[in-house]
Design a protein around this ligand. Structure first.
Ligand code: CP
Length: 318
């Protein structure tokens, strides 16, 4: 709050949900809800960020995050420019720092970056005067994914996070989505359970604010939502699972598990989905599935993030 008791957004960058207070989070979700109303209009464009520039710098592949930031910026009338590793001079050996300084010299207001290395967005933010959004860095954090997941469940749970139970299922070890969601939902008062084979739990997980299960039938009992995670075989240095068929038999979310959950259980998945491996085909498309709601929520939530960062003035209400 500032001197006249009005909320103001205090962050130059969005690097991790750990930097957000409960008030920052709820303010952002409220703003996203107002942008959702724009996204439901026949003409989905407002001039709010006209004259602002957003650079989408994706050094790692993405469908949802990159496209939804692009759509979000354009719905707010910002200009967007896109750079990927394969189409850039990174492929000729230019460093991340020189690439970022080059992009900044063109005067963007916000750079959204995805990178395979944990800490890459923070490294960039330290050296740049424009706002930086972490679009996912290694196993570390995916703040806008966690915010859009919160947005999706806030709607489904009618605004009440406290007293709810969220189960996060699957490849926790390699998941920046799990790390960001554990922090954000715990902060909002939701009980978080994790379920995975031992080899897919990260070192130090016993210090996280979660309950840990290895048996999915037990983990699913009475939960209000299940978030399935993609098995990230490309990030595994060594094979951590002896047999994918066995993994699927024990950890693929199916209707038998949902029958043990709460009566109005919701199913989430950040995508991309490995159907039949971590989520049964029919469950991915069932009425309980919020998978496509999450994608739509991604646009509204990222509009809110871009608005807050691109219009921020130190100590002033946004
Ligand atoms: N959820 C997510 O980050 O998806 P993309 O990799 O397609 O951006």
């Amino acid at each position: 709050m500032n001197a006249d008791n009005r909320y103001y957004w205090p962050h130059k960058d969005l690097l991790d949900v750990t930097q957000l207070s409960g008030m920052d989070t709820l303010h952002l979700l409220d703003l996203a809800a107002s942008f959702q109303e724009i996204n439901r209009r026949p003409l989905k464009k407002v001039p709010t960020l006209k004259g602002k520039t957003v650079v989408l710098f994706f050094v790692e592949n993405s469908t949802r995050t990159k496209t939804s930031f692009d759509v979000a910026a354009k719905r707010l009338s910002a200009d967007t420019y896109s750079l990927t590793k394969s189409g850039s001079s990174l492929n000729k050996g230019e460093s991340l720092k020189d690439t970022a300084l080059t992009l900044q010299a063109m005067g963007p207001d916000v750079i959204v970056m995805r990178h395979a290395s944990s800490g890459a967005a923070a490294y960039l933010a330290k050296g740049l005067s424009c706002a930086v959004v972490n679009g996912g860095d290694g196993w570390h954090a995916h703040p806008t994914q966690a915010l859009l997941d919160c947005f999706s469940l806030r709607e489904a749970w009618e605004g009440r996070f406290a007293g709810r139970t969220l189960l996060i299922l699957g490849d926790i070890a390699h998941s920046r989505v799990a790390r960001s969601n554990v922090h954000l939902f715990s902060m909002l008062g939701t009980r978080v359970r994790l379920c995975a084979p031992r080899t897919l739990l990260p070192a130090g997980v016993e210090n996280w604010p979660v309950e840990i299960f290895s048996d999915l039938s037990r983990a699913a009992r009475n939960v209000d939502a299940v978030m399935c995670l993609r098995l990230q075989l490309e990030r595994q240095q060594v094979r951590l699972l002896p047999d994918l068929a066995e993994y699927s038999r024990r950890y693929c979310l199916g209707s038998a598990h949902l029958a043990m959950a709460g009566t109005d259980v919701k199913v989430l998945h950040p995508g991309p989905l490995n159907r039949g491996l971590e989520i049964a085909d029919d469950i991915a498309d069932a009425p309980a599935s919020l998978v496509l709601n999450q994608v739509a929520a991604g646009v509204s939530t990222r509009m809110a993030v871009l608005y807050l960062l691109a219009t921020r003035r130190d100590g002033k209400p946004t």
